[in-house]
Design a binder for this molecule. Sequence first.
Ligand code: ZN
Length: 188
Amino acid sequence: MQDPDFLSSCIDVSVAFWVGIVDGVSQNGSNVPRWMTEPPGVDPAGVSFGMVAFGDAAVPVLKLWTESVSSRCPLRTLRARRADESALAVLHCWLAEARVGWRLMLAGSEVDVLVARSEVVAYGAVEAEIRIYVTSTDRKRVYCPQCRTVTEAVCVTGQRVACEGCGGSLRVDTHVSRRHGAYLGVCD
Ligand SMILES: [Zn+2]
């Protein structure tokens, strides 16, 4: 069963917005992002920046980015273990103060980057303002269409995970919701 509400929130073909993604849609209809193998550069059109490293693996990327920004540009940085409530609260503060020309750069594991990205877009950030570098894709958030619980697990697409909400067996599908920052789970 596929959840029409979930699918309508899935990443569409125009993922050119997502700087950091090579290609969002493959020939088999999947929209699993294929992330860039090298960190994207700093947007030269940006006039102020927020830069985030989720996890230790992203710290060198954060350093690279901060060193690439003109000293004239206001810059805020955040190092966080995960995209948890406290990290997202910092992003909310940045967004509240953001002006035209503000840019957000997110580095970290896919699971954290997708959560942070969906959060800031929900709070009004424009996709073209966001650049992403993914350091690993081992962990995924999987959305259950039966009970709407999101379960986080180490998995690959096609594998099965147990829903933490209803206990159902979910096959990790190749659809990713931009709104939920999660892969669709299929009960089949
Ligand atoms: Zn469930």
